[in-house]
Design a protein around this ligand. Sequence first.
Ligand code: ATP
Ligand code: MG
Length: 399
Amino acid sequence: MFNMKFNSFLIKYGEIGLKGKNRYKFEDALVFNIKKAISPYLSNFNVYKEQERIYIDINSDFDYNLLIEKLKNIFGIYSISPVLKIPYTDDFKKLENSIIDYVKNIYGEKHFTFKVKTRRVNKKFPMNSDEINMELGHSILVNFENTKVDVHNPDIYFYIEIRNHINIYSENIEGAKGLPVGTSDKGVLLLSGGIDSPVAGYMISKRGVKLEAVYFHSPPYTSDRAKDKVIKLSKILSQYTGSIKLHIINFTDIQLNIYEKCPHDELTIIMRRMMMRIAEKIAHSVNALSLITGESIGQVASQTTSAIYTTNACVNIPVFRPLIGFDKEEIIKIAEKIGTFETSILPYEDCCTIFVAKHPVTNPKLEKILQSEKALVSADEMIENAINKEEVVICNYET
Ligand code: ATP
Ligand code: MG
């Protein structure tokens, strides 16, 4: 066997614990998503749940940093701890030897203060938690002369969990939190090439919603580079959300038609309403129950409250706008954290910016917009056509 400081990873999943009878569904989804995220290396690991914990046992040599990087992106994981897992024993001496080996392997001669924290889930063990803490604390002190106990603010906590087996660990690497993707109904993300919508997708996916995405482009007014940028953004997002099915809709005819027939100061609003109608139809066809946009109140003319009211009025499906109260700087911070920012700021044209009026209405009235839209006599047909001609790209993360 290869020599190792630990032989498993312990996955904790905070919020899932709240879900009562549905709990197993969340756990199963999380196990499934972990297996999927590490599928190329799955033969190195054994992933399973046991007693309100998920374990990833290590079977053979693997890339530690790569594994942690993958696990850190999986929603539903609260923390990741590399553990030394030993078989259950009643024999305190055996436990003591294991923890001494553990400390030696991981911390060597380092100087640090520590505290031992024991959870005795399995009450068969002949000592109680306080006794174990005291005795193991003493052993560590005696065996490692550079250590000191600090019960209030230690550098290191040594966690001992006595279950059907015994876990020894001292590190809780922060996970992505949220809920496992796939535990909420699907949603359709309106994904432009901008900064905001990828962040909106990330946030809703964090609540367990499985995403499909829709992108509207207007060739030849928008280029392939602009489309490739959105595909790239979907691929980046997919490391958190899992594989994303991206629906690419040719919006040129619709936009030209609006441009020709409707007042120019209303172009953006009417365009946005068309996008919402198409997205709603796509949502119905893929059993999604929500739309998701990157809007934030007042950020641009098309995102004043009356503009959002007017855009929203053409659909019946719930529209999630997770960024609604965020400032741009706050959104940018998240975009940087999730790795979409650099791609989002590439300066390629967007269909909304090409057919835009110099002075768009900031206070549109729904009755007036409905009146203007009457000029689009074959709107339904154009919508059907655009959907029938969609291009679909399945986006997965590429390293
Ligand atoms: P983003 O940074 O997401 O592009 P934005 O600040 O540029 O947002 P708008 O252009 O007003 O805002 O778009 C508002 C929202 O409408 C976007 O967040 C996105 O959800 C959707 N949207 C805009 N343009 C497109 C497009 N070409 N394809 C798909 N969705 C779009
Ligand atoms: Mg935009």
